[in-house]
Design a protein around this ligand. Structure first.
Ligand SMILES: Cc1cc2nc3c(=O)[nH]c(=O)nc-3n(C[C@H](O)[C@H](O)[C@H](O)COP(=O)(O)OP(=O)(O)OC[C@H]3O[C@@H](n4cnc5c(N)ncnc54)[C@H](O)[C@@H]3O)c2cc1C
Length: 804
């Protein structure tokens, strides 16, 4: 076996094979894939081979389309058939909520360029005559998708990679990994040691064990999964075309044609975890024992919805394990703190996603940039909170919901509450309905006293609507309190702190006593953060950003190589806070603070290190509501006392709680974008409008060249907020924005603006169409709604209240 490789890919399942192919295609030589058994011997060989473009996240949908389209390319290159059956897909709805979900998929598909349509049940039964349509109320058809041969596809990737010069060692087991001082790896196998610059963990069912070799605990777990193949079905004989692959949400069933019979699989509610602690070394090309007794009730639903399957005999039953991350999306990318170690695992839809994962990972390895926004599958979306127990609770929850629709207002209960701040119980007592962000509980909205704290999962406005309106009105009318502890917080200290931050962030750094809005750009000029930097002293800074992106930002900070005299650490768990916003916020805080808070003495973006009541605190004049407002930061030990004192001081001023949903409404009234939703690594400084915070005069900062080039050329598209003629549903995200019937952009977030009395949608449209008053249409749950660009914020366009 060779003793050196530029990259060793561990695992010859469909994901490792695709990664090998893409690295070879991008031009890397000296590539070695190491497989302990035969290729595809893990979870790949027994897969049902289904492929589709459906995903709640547009960028992953796009990568799924890429994957499906790629199969023809690797077939041509390798001469190996992928056994493609590109017969498209049908999704069936049995409830009004499911129907709304299909309409949303249709609206999103337009901009993604995917051929998709709502069709009648008669048309659905022409495409798949095995459906008993009496169980359903609507159907969606999509052209992309079908099924492939899992083993053929894996071999096609590998053959194509070999033709590009890559090497494969089968029946060779990686035993351990040791990092050298220069960041390269010794990959110790049972056939000798390979010295590799990079290592990629594509070990599927064994990804956890490979993680242990480098001292990390990846949040990945395998579940058992069953499908059945029937004997020949008379209704399918003599048809010119195969039936269309069909997903039945109500039955939690998928089915497709398999030769003259059918294949039917189920994601049952009480799934079984496989090998919870350690994956056996000798598990290769194996299946698990059937468990018909447990699964019969779920397959029986399928036999009712597709009666011909119930009449046919069962030819074969497959029960095999495959892996999931807690949220069902893959884990991809570099791991913070480990140089040249990459993961591509927890891939539960390898035949829909494997190609796209190989593509972005190869770009990331070659160019330090995945080339597109992949936040939703970035391994950095999990942090220390994703312990093995968390994973053990979340993965079965996700499995059980694999074919249930995820409603935008739904919060999943497993492994909660996990992280709680000292005011958690107080917020609950005040009626808070909680969500979880990076494992931390935070208030979404507050139910009035005596009202049941329940919200029906829906794509339309819910019972919470009126309560959110009251929260927004309280903020605009008097004063509101919002807990900000769920933001990501970092401290940067040391003599070298300022110089280093100056390189990492694109903004002008604030002087002591001030804060600045701080966009962070990738070298390609894309938005990788929209944070704020507070300068507490010449050598001490507090940075605040999105809570979900904590690990993501820490990884960027590490990659930006802080010098020996700059120290960066997360203070997310050691700094808690609230935002106090509204016209009476000054009056409230002045009751607890000795410093003079009058407009001339304490201006927007100034800060004080002071005491708020009994609590030592950092007080900043900032916020996200567009009102006069402040943020108060203190350590968790003082936090409950701070809250109690604020509350006592604010009660007679009309102080009210507000939650994350009200904040979304308030910020859109001011046309403020939000990282994760509106600002993501797909967009640039000028497209987002964050270029107004970029200090182009600085000699050096990450992304400078790209940002300057864009400034000269002008952005191709722009972030805008639109007023939408909506009825009982506001936009959710990724709906297509249409001009004269053509999709020209898509929505990034939306909310009802309670204080401007309008439904609001934020999104990107071509720059030439971004003028005030420009008219578009947005398909909201199957209804075309007119949308008008409002260039000025709809609330307080002059910013007078903010500066008051
Ligand atoms: C019953 C069933 C049906 C499914 N149906 C579908 C479907 O219809 N569509 C779909 O897209 N997906 C389906 N899947 C999921 C699909 O199988 C997975 O997404 C896919 O196989 C993941 O591939 P992988 O390469 O990540 O992992 P694996 O296939 O598990 O590959 C990992 C490889 O790493 C090797 N390895 C591990 N440790 C070492 C080591 N130390 N040294 C060397 N080699 C090592 C293993 O031997 C293995 O070959 C199904 C899964 C099951 C179980």
């Amino acid at each position: 076996m060779q003793t050196h490789a530029r990259a060793v890919i561990i695992g010859g399942g469909v994901v490792g094979a695709s990664t090998l192919y893409h690295l070879a295609k991008i031009g890397w030589s000296d590539l070695l894939l190491i497989e302990q058994s035969e290729l595809a011997a893990g979870s790949t060989w027994h897969a049902a081979g289904g492929m589709h473009t459906f995903n709640g996240e547009a960028n992953i949908s796009r990568l799924q389309k890429y994957t499906i389209d790629l199969y023809r390319e690797i077939e041509a290159l390798s001469g190996q058939s992928c056994g493609l059956h590109p017969n498209g897909g049908l999704m069936l709805a049995a409830t009004a909520g499911e129907l709304d979900s299909l309409k949303l998929i249709c609206s999103r598909a337009r901009y993604l360029g995917m051929e998709t349509a709502m069709i009648s049940l008669e048309e659905a039964s022409r495409l798949n005559p095995l459906i008993d349509t009496s169980h359903f109320i609507g159907a969606l058809w999509r052209a992309d998708g079908g099924h492939c041969d899992p083993s053929g596809t894996t071999h096609a990737y590998v053959k194509a990679a070999r033709q590009l010069g890559a090497t494969v060692e089968r029946f060779t087991r990686v035993l351990s990994l040791a990092q050298r001082a220069d960041g390269s790896w010794d990959v110790v196998t049972d056939k000798g040691t390979v010295h590799a610059e990079h290592v990629v963990n594509c070990a599927g069912l064994w990804a956890r064990e490979i993680g242990h070799m480098v001292g990390i605990e990846l949040p990945v777990l395998a579940m058992e999964h069953h499908y059945l193949i029937t004997e020949d079905i008379p209704e399918l004989q003599g048809r010119a075309q195969e039936i269309v692959n069909t997903t039945d949400y109500a039955g939690e069933i998928y089915m497709r044609q398999e030769r003259g019979g059918a294949l039917i699989g189920t994601y049952e509610p009480h799934g079984v975890v496989w090998s919870p602690v350690k994956t056996p070394d000798d598990f290769s090309m194996q299946l698990l024992p059937d468990d018909f007794e447990r699964l019969a009730p779920y397959f029986e639903v399928g036999f009712r919805h597709f009666p011909a399957l119930g009449r046919a005999g069962i030819r074969k039953a497959i029960n095999g394990p495959f892996t999931f991350a807690p949220d069902g999306n893959p884990l991809v990318g570099p791991v913070r703190g480990l140089r040249n170690f990459w993961v591509a695992c927890a891939v539960m839809a390898g035949f829909s996603q494997g190609g796209g994962i190989g593509l972005v990972l190869s770009r990331w390895m070659a160019h330090d940039d995945p080339g597109q926004d992949i936040l939703s599958m970035d391994v950095a979306r999990f942090g220390a909170f994703a312990t093995p127990r968390y994973t053990a609770l979340k993965v079965p929850e996700n499995y059980a919901r694999r074919f249930r629709l995820a409603y935008p207002n739904e919060e999943l209960p497993a492994a909660r509450p996990l992280r709680r701040t000292p005011i958690y119980d107080r917020l609950l007592a005040a009626g808070a309905v909680m969500g979880a962000n990076f494992g931390l509980e935070h208030a979404l909205w507050f139910a009035a006293e005596g009202v049941e704290r329940r919200e029906t999962p829906t794509y339309r406005r819910s019972e919470a609507f009126e309560f959110i309106r009251a929260e927004c009105q309280a903020v605009r009318g008097s004063v509101g309190l919002y807990e900000t502890s769920n933001y990501g917080k970092y401290e940067v200290t040391g003599r070298g702190a300022r110089a280093w931050l100056d390189r990492v962030f694109a903004c002008r750094l604030p002087r002591p006593g001030r804060l600045a809005l701080a966009p962070m750009l990738s070298p390609a000029g894309r938005i990788i953060g929209d944070l704020s930097i507070a300068c507490l002293a010449e050598d001490r800074f507090m940075i605040v950003g999105s809570g979900f992106a904590e690990e993501f930002h820490l990884r960027w900070f590490c990659a930006s190589a802080p010098p020996a005299d700059a120290f960066v650490r997360s203070v997310s768990s050691t700094l808690t806070g609230v935002s106090i916003a509204g016209p009476r916020s000054r009056e409230l805080l002045q009751r607890l603070v000795r410093d003079d808070l009058s407009p001339g003495a304490f201006r927007l973006f100034q800060l004080r290190q002071t005491a708020v009541g009994l609590a030592p605190a950092i007080l900043t004049r900032a916020g996200f509501t567009g009102e006069l407002g402040y943020e108060v930061w203190t350590t968790p030990d003082y936090f409950a006392t701070l809250y109690d004192e604020l509350w006592d001081a604010g009660r007679e001023l009309g102080l009210a709680h507000f939650g994350g949903r009200a904040l979304s409404s308030l910020r859109l009234e001011k046309a403020y974008g939000s990282f994760n939703k509106d600002f993501r690594p797909d967009y640039t400084a000028a497209e987002t409008g964050l270029d107004r915070f970029v200090d182009f005069g600085k000699a050096d900062f990450a992304g400078r060249d790209a940002a300057l080039a864009e400034r000269a050329a002008g952005p191709a598209r722009r972030f805008v907020v639109m007023e939408v003629a909506a009825a009982d549903a506001d936009v959710i995200g990724y709906e297509s924005i249409l001009k004269d019937g053509v999709a020209v952009g898509y929505v990034t977030s939306g909310a009802y603006g309670h204080c401007v009395g309008a439904s609001l949608a934020a999104g990107y449209v071509p720059s030439a169409l971004a003028a005030d008053g420009e008219r578009f249409e947005i398909d909201i749950l199957g209804e075309m709604r007119s949308a008008i660009v409002r260039r000025a914020p709809m609330y307080d366009p002059e910013g007078l209240r903010l500066r008051s």
